[in-house]
Design a protein around this ligand. Structure first.
Ligand SMILES: NC(=O)c1ccc[n+]([C@@H]2O[C@H](COP(=O)([O-])OP(=O)(O)OC[C@H]3O[C@@H](n4cnc5c(N)ncnc54)[C@H](OP(=O)(O)O)[C@@H]3O)[C@@H](O)[C@H]2O)c1
Length: 258
């Protein structure tokens, strides 16, 4: 049977932060392309709701959920043990879960800045390393990391978030080079403002919203589905020669000097 290069039928994808926002949109997109899903988030109820919605829409596919915190190493190992128990390796890992606390650089407590790195970088690094043997079981598999324009230029999300996303982008490039021989492609996406619960606070201030829009050539913020489609592309066999890349999903923000 020839593989459909624009489908993920039968592939197993693990998506972190899959109960809301961008992660839920990614889960919906990958399921729509035929993937089986392993969904992770911390809070049980919204996660089960997401699982139930997807399982109802895709009754032929395995859609499973595990409540776990990617910032906790025991939980990370539990996530990978669970993935391993599910069957024959893993085709796709999407490191989407992440967090932030926005402050002036001098105001961060040590727990805060270390916590941001734990949830945004060390989570993805450790999950990727733990997943490596499962991903390497297949001739072609891939990792997609959800970075941010904050890892590329200054935005007002605080220095630590920017540092953590920049580290995630560089991890993407290094692992792409190191794991190409294992058949694992590693890519990232870098969204600008996307309509999710975490951005609803700042964007509810009309002056701030206008400023954001004025700096975005396309004149609007993005939708989670618009990030999900870029992530899905990177996972597809159609992207088989793309690795180490970071696709900005930003309405032109990064290309706009003035
Ligand atoms: N929205 C934007 O404008 C934007 C822009 C650039 C980059 N991003 C990145 O996109 C990713 C998703 O953001 P979002 O806006 O979609 O956020 P969101 O709407 O708040 O959703 C976050 C998801 O991740 C889960 N999560 C958070 N921390 C977790 C942890 N430690 N362990 C496991 N699950 C966790 C949440 O569920 P629980 O709370 O139940 O765990 C939820 O399912 C983040 O990495 C963020 O940095 C977002």
């Amino acid at each position: 049977m020839t593989t459909n290069r624009w489908r993920l039928d039968g592939q197993l994808a693990l998506v972190t932060g899959a109960s809301a926002g961008i992660g839920l949109a990614i889960a919906r997109e990958l399921a729509g392309l035929g993937a089986h899903l392993l969904l992770v988030a911390r809070e049980e109820d919204p996660l089960q709701e997401a699982r139930d919605e997807l399982a109802e829409r895709h009754p032929q596919q395995d859609i499973l959920a595990l409540a776990a915190d990617v910032a906790d190493d025991e939980d990370r190992q539990a996530i990978l043990d669970w993935a391993e128990d599910h069957g024959e390796g893993l085709h796709i890992l999407v490191n989407n879960a992440g967090g932030n606390v926005t402050r002036a650089a001098v105001d961060y407590t040590e727990d805060e800045w270390r916590g941001i790195f734990e949830s945004n970088v060390f989570s993805a690094f450790e999950l990727s390393r733990y997943a490596h043997p499962l991903l390497a079981r297949h001739a072609a598999s891939s990792i997609v990391n959800v970075g941010s324009v904050s890892g590329i230029t200054h935005v007002r999300s605080g220095v630590v978030y920017g540092m953590s996303k920049a580290a995630l982008h560089q991890m993407t490039r290094n692992l792409a080079a190191e794991w190409a021989e294992d058949g694992i492609r590693v890519n990232a996406v870098a969204p600008w403002y996307i309509r999710t619960r975490r951005t609803s606070g700042p964007l509810s201030d009309p002056d701030y919203y206008e400023e954001v829009i004025a700096r975005t050539p396309m004149g609007r913020i993005g939708e989670p589905e618009e990030v999900a489609s870029a992530v899905a592309f990177l996972c597809l066999p159609a992207a088989s020669y793309v690795t180490g890349e970071c696709i900005a999903v930003d309405g032109g923000f990064l290309r706009y000097g003035f």
